[in-house]
Design a protein around this ligand. Structure first.
Ligand SMILES: Cc1ncc(COP(=O)(O)O)c(C=O)c1O
Length: 456
């Protein structure tokens, strides 16, 4: 029997071919045991597929197994965090249905975004959040990015050595984003149910006291649908001033139901004293509040030094936002138009929220008033009042799939970048996130499905 060849020995007719040697090894118990125990002998040696998928993608894949792709129109997807995109909301301006594509738009755009859009974003924040204040944003305080996630990844890429505090639960993609780079350490901070899962000043103060110098949070919060408003928000910013960088993910700032749907957008920009000195990075874009997730146009607003770095790192990370959509976005950011748009958005989504809450309460869900979402289009639904077989997020999700309804199991919002926590220890285990982003008829169908799950 010939000795198996190594790659650097010459192949002779007596030596086994690569295929023969593989066959021999695949019948050998010791070879199989070795391959199972050691990484590196994998068919796709360079691939780690666990790094590729977020929880929300996993839920879609389970839905595909239940036939979602064959007839999506018969399903209610209350899982994906997407607002309805049609032009059917009363009072909302119609979105463009075609775009000019001049030859100039074929060129690479600047990785910090085109100047007219940067200026339009600065102008919007000044008009809505900084009226009468001495310190104003300019185009140099704005970086345009190809979507919110790209923006957050750009921020993570340029962070220095620091402890970054994040909260549990929060937006699922933070988990992956926080484990991509090795330049900073991450500290999970659990939010308490008694606090309505809100961030508050004493929590932030104790984080800073233990050495955290970067704070990342969504506000309004995904998945709990709760927002921290002034005066508490201002107090948090006062505590962070000159001590910590505050990364405020305000993607749902437009979905605010705390001001009687008057079009007010919640933003940390209201409380910034000096736009250069207050180390606050605000992330938002067209995705949610302009209901254009497919356009991939978002922005980061902050001090110039940050914006310069964030613009530059686009040159190795993503190459920037596509130019025609940036050009189309400029006219949409006219401040009076936006105020009107936010008013229409808030009224419409508050009605949908009220409908969903009423249906769920009628079915027997116990939703205390203080947990009714005052922002976003999400409901963090507590399942503990249900029979044991469906009172955790994964089993409820599974039961919903059988009724063609998609929700997201709560554990995916238990950000766990270092994968150290056991599933059953998760504070999110008995929850699902339900999105009332879709159109009313989809919500109706989805709630009918959930009702059938409860009646089974
Ligand atoms: C809190 C939060 N931030 C950012 C994003 C990212 O949005 P985009 O689709 O523009 O990447 C989302 C999307 O769900 C979100 O929930």
């Amino acid at each position: 029997m010939a000795v198996p060849s190594f790659p650097f020995t010459q192949q002779t007719s007596e030596q086994p071919t690569r295929a023969e040697s593989t066959t021999h090894q695949s019948n050998s118990t010791i070879h199989l045991a070795f391959r199972t125990a050691h990484e590196g002998h994998k068919p796709h040696a360079g691939l780690d597929p666990t790094r590729a998928s977020t929880g929300v993608v996993w839920t879609s894949e389970r839905a595909y197994e239940h036939g979602y792709l064959d007839s999506p129109e018969t399903w209610s997807n209350l899982g994906q965090g997407a607002p309805e995109a049609e032009d059917s909301i009363p009072g909302s301006f119609p979105r463009p249905t075609s775009l000019p594509l001049p030859v100039s738009s074929r060129e690479y755009g600047p990785t910090a975004g085109i100047k007219p859009l940067r200026a339009a974003v600065a102008n919007l924040y000044n008009a809505h959040h900084r009226a009468g204040k001495e310190s104003q944003y300019t185009w140099e305080n704005v970086c345009i990015v190809p979507g919110g996630r790209a923006g957050l990844i750009r921020i993570a890429a340029v962070l220095g050595q620091a402890y970054l505090g994040f909260f549990v639960p929060d937006y699922t993609a933070y988990s992956e984003m926080l484990s991509l780079f090795r330049n900073f350490g991450t500290i999970p901070v659990p939010l308490e149910r008694e606090d309505n899962y809100s961030i508050h000043s004493s929590l932030i103060a104790s984080e800073i006291a233990r050495g955290t110098s970067v704070i990342l949070t969504s506000n309004p919060r995904n998945p709990t649908g709760r927002v921290t408003t002034n005066p508490e928000l201002a107090k948090i910013q006062d505590i962070c001033r000159e001590r910590a960088t505050l990364i405020m993910d305000e993607f749902y700032g437009g979905y605010n139901y705390t001001t009687d749907c008057d079009g007010t957008v919640i933003s940390a920009a209201d409380n910034i004293c000096d736009v250069e000195k207050d180390d606050v990075l605000i992330v938002d874009g067209l995705t949610k509040r302009f209901r254009l997730p497919g356009w991939r146009v978002a922005w980061i607003v902050g001090p110039k030094a940050w914006i310069k770095a964030l613009g530059s790192c686009g040159s190795y990370l993503d190459g920037g936002t596509n130019v025609p959509f940036q050009e189309a976005a400029v006219a949409m950011l006219d401040p009076p138009l936006v105020r009107n748009e936010m008013r229409a958005l808030q009224r419409h989504f508050r009605d949908k929220r009220d409908y969903v809450i009423k249906r769920l309460r009628d079915m027997g869900f116990e939703i205390e008033e203080r947990f009714v979402p005052n922002s976003t289009f999400y409901l963090w639904l507590d399942l503990r009042c249900l029979p044991e077989k469906i009172n955790d997020g994964l089993n409820f999700f599974q039961a919903c799939l059988e009724e063609k309804v998609i929700v997201v199991p709560g554990i995916f919002f238990d950000l766990n970048p270092s994968k150290r926590r056991d599933l059953f220890d998760s504070p999110c285990h008995h929850f699902v996130r339900l999105s009332y982003g879709p159109r009313m008829e989809i919500l109706e169908k989805g709630l009918d499905g959930i009702e059938r799950v409860l009646k089974r």
